[in-house]
Design a protein around this ligand. Structure first.
Ligand SMILES: CSC[C@@H](O)[C@@H](O)C(=O)COP(=O)(O)O
Ligand SMILES: [Zn+2]
Length: 256
């Protein structure tokens, strides 16, 4: 990984992104995005990831090649300072690299951090996520705003929900809400928040013709849930091709 750029700390809190610890958020965001790029999740500057550690939120710049970011490119925001700010649409950064703008996904990441106390939120432009929203678009009324699937082992990769312990079981139905895309990323925020209110236990929201936002209480959970979801989206697209249903009525086996 490239070392921090060696800026001095003249009022820009550069120390907040300087650490030898590979698990420090300023190091992890670039290294995770480099991995996500290989999966096609964050290519062409689309997608990204943000990490919260206690009050501090670490955010990537906007419009940069996400797999080539350096720790010195990372923005840092305080949730407490943000909560006190009177203008909810403007954001005050503790650290702000002057050559960039913060990710347009920032208000969406903040929704996961404030409404769900998430520790990490990942946004992908995965083909599989986009294809699922396209298939659902043709699914007819009532079905098109929710992806659901059951009786697939990988569903166990998801937590049961906000402030609930344990994971979903094999026979549980995984439900992911779908919101419509908007011309500007930040305008998705109110619809993402609405979906979170309607689906209090969801860890993800699909955005039609765009991608998916996935979060978890820490980096490990956000990453594994995002991987599980991408696996299920790919499987669902292939199942659709084979004319296989996503929902089946296999009953849980009752021990005799
Ligand atoms: C390929 S542009 C994609 C952006 O509009 C947006 O959807 C996105 O995911 C990344 O926004 P960014 O501001 O670069 O972090
Ligand atoms: Zn996007």
């Amino acid at each position: 990984m490239a070392p921090p750029s060696g800026d001095n700390d003249a009022g820009n809190n550069d120390h907040l992104v300087q650490s030898d610890d590979p698990d420090h958020p300023a190091n992890l965001i670039p290294s995770l995005c480099a991995k996500f790029w290989t999966l096609g999740w964050v290519t062409g500057t689309g997608g990204g990831a943000s990490i919260r550690e206690a009050d501090l939120v670490y955010i990537a710049p906007s419009g940069v090649q996400k797999e080539l970011m350096r720790p010195s490119d990372i923005y840092v925001l305080s949730l407490a300072a943000q909560a006190k700010s009177l203008d909810k649409r403007s954001r005050v950064y503790l650290r702000s690299p002057p050559q960039y703008k913060p990710s347009q996904c920032t208000p969406l990441f903040l929704a996961a951090f404030t409404k769900r106390r998430a520790g990490c939120c990942i946004h992908t432009h995965s083909h599989w996520a986009v294809l699922v929203t396209l298939i659902l678009e043709k699914g007819g009324p009532g079905y098109d705003r929710e992806f659901r699937i059951n009786n697939i082992e990988q569903i166990k990769g998801f937590g049961r929900g906000f402030e609930k312990s344990g994971n979903l079981g094999y026979h549980d139905t995984l439900r992911i809400p779908v919101i419509e895309n908007t011309a500007h990323e930040e305008d998705l925020t109110e619809f993402l928040e609405e979906a979170m209110d309607k689906y209090p236990d969801t860890y993800a929201v699909l955005v039609r013709r765009h991608g998916v936002y996935v979060w978890g209480e820490n980096v490990h959970k956000a990453k594994t849930q995002c991987e599980s979801l991408d696996y299920l989206f790919q499987l669902a697209v292939e199942m659709k091709r084979l004319n296989l249903p996503w929902m089946t009525d296999i009953e849980p086996t009752v021990p005799t």
